[in-house]
Write a new protein. Structure first.
Length: 417
């Protein structure tokens, strides 16, 4: 159950990648667009940090304290935490400095107050559960929901072409299902399961200091990953790994070794951790269609949910500052080593690194991929449009990893505003 294969992997297998030629044609423009995307993210983060600070000052009279080591707002008092959760920092840009936060907050005091009022009004009109930040956790169709059309392969050059059998785009600010097809069907969610693994593990940390706790990789975990054929982060038997490395190892390379280690560290066994996952599914209101029996996403009759359920999980995860930081990271350097990486293992989120220079009409700020035979290539991503609207896109059963990326590009470009 390996995750995405990209060009280098396919060439080694003697396969000509479907999108190789297109990637070569875009090479000259790539660096310029990537740099612009990073600058845009930085501007957005600085502005949002200022709005959060102003909101806190206006409502509670307190001061926003940024703790860079854990990401903005990690383990802060609830009032500060809720404001910061709206604006998780990315790995590339980090949190805004205290000086920048104070400066922008002073400039944004009036807009922040109006934004807060607008949020209260919107939340009052949204039925169902919400996150601590007021983001809706119940996603519903409306009279305006669009059915994503099915096109045959001859239409693959159409900018709106979506190959994935299952696809959904949700306005994360209102809970409206903007567009979809098969969004309620129950499938094997593959490694998108690990978003829930991340969320459950983080919510069970005792404090920020827990990130420094260590775990020694066991034979049981090595056997499990070998027998299931899962992708791994590269944490070898007997190596000592920090909780922070396990969190990033679970998401960026989709490491089953890291996910299992989190399960054992958190609850003592995979079975116990699956129980915690199902408790969280119950809290999120998705237990009618979602059930999990492992933290990895290994396909089974008892590890199933819909892509809308995955969207609910991603919404909750992106509302947690530490989870959002992990899901937003392009790379993470581990201190732990292995035979191939004597200086430390470098982890990468290839979906984020590959999509950031594509013309989506905004910025993809967090993502997780997956693959199992039953569900093909899958992906879940969180997106902020050029107008500042937040969206969640989840797709499944694309024919390749690159196609999953281009499906997200097509959906955001076609249906997001």
């Amino acid at each position: 159950m390996d995750d995405f294969y990209f060009d280098d992997d396919l060439e080694e297998l003697g396969v000509d990648p479907v999108w190789k030629e297109r990637e070569e044609m875009a090479r000259n423009a790539r660096e310029k667009r990537r740099a612009e995307a990073r600058r845009r993210r930085k501007r957005q983060m600085r502005m949002r940090a200022g709005i959060a600070a102003a909101a806190i000052a206006a409502v509670t009279g307190t001061i926003l304290i940024v703790r860079p080591a854990l990401g903005a707002g990690a383990f802060l008092p609830l009032a500060a935490k809720q404001a910061v959760e709206e604006n998780p920092a990315t790995e590339a840009d980090g949190a805004a400095s205290t000086e920048e936060t104070a400066e922008v907050a002073a400039q944004q005091e009036t807009p922040a107050a109006s934004d807060a009022a607008g949020t209260e009004e919107s939340d009052a009109g949204t039925a169902g559960q919400t996150t601590a930040t007021g983001k809706p956790l119940v996603f519903q169709k409306t009279a305006d929901t669009i059915t994503i059309p099915t096109m045959d392969d001859s239409q693959a050059s159409d900018p709106s072409y979506v190959n994935s059998t299952y696809a959904v785009l949700i306005n994360a600010d209102t809970g409206e299902i903007v567009a979809g097809r098969g969004e309620g069907d129950v499938i094997s969610p593959a490694s998108m399961t690990k978003i829930l693994t991340l969320l459950v593990a983080v919510e069970h940390l005792k404090s920020g200091e827990s990130l420094k706790d260590t775990f020694t990789m066991t034979q049981e975990i090595s056997d499990y990953t070998y027998q299931t054929g899962c992708s791994v982060a590269g944490f070898e038997l007997g190596s000592t790994v920090t909780v922070e490395e396990m969190l990033y190892g679970t998401i960026l390379p989709s490491g089953a070794d890291a996910a299992c280690a989190l399960a054992y560290y958190t609850s003592g066994s995979i079975e116990n951790f699956a129980g915690l996952m199902n408790q969280k599914a119950q809290e999120l209101g998705i237990a009618d269609t979602a059930h999990f029996d492992n933290p990895v996403g290994v396909s089974s009759e008892r590890n199933k949910c819909s892509i809308t359920d995955i969207a609910v999980i991603l919404q909750a995860a992106m509302s947690n500052e530490l989870c959002a930081k992990v899901l937003s990271a392009r790379t993470f350097q581990c201190r732990v080593t292995n035979e191939s990486n004597p200086d430390g293992i470098l982890l990468s989120n290839w979906f984020l690194r590959r999509i950031e220079d594509k013309d989506t009409g905004g910025t993809v700020v967090g993502a997780k991929t997956g693959f199992v035979n039953e569900s093909g290539s899958c992906a879940a991503s969180y997106f902020t449009s050029a107008t500042g609207t937040n969206y969640i896109c989840v797709t499944a059963q694309a024919y390749s990893s690159w196609r999953a990326i281009y499906d997200h590009v097509a959906i955001y470009k076609t249906y997001a505003k």
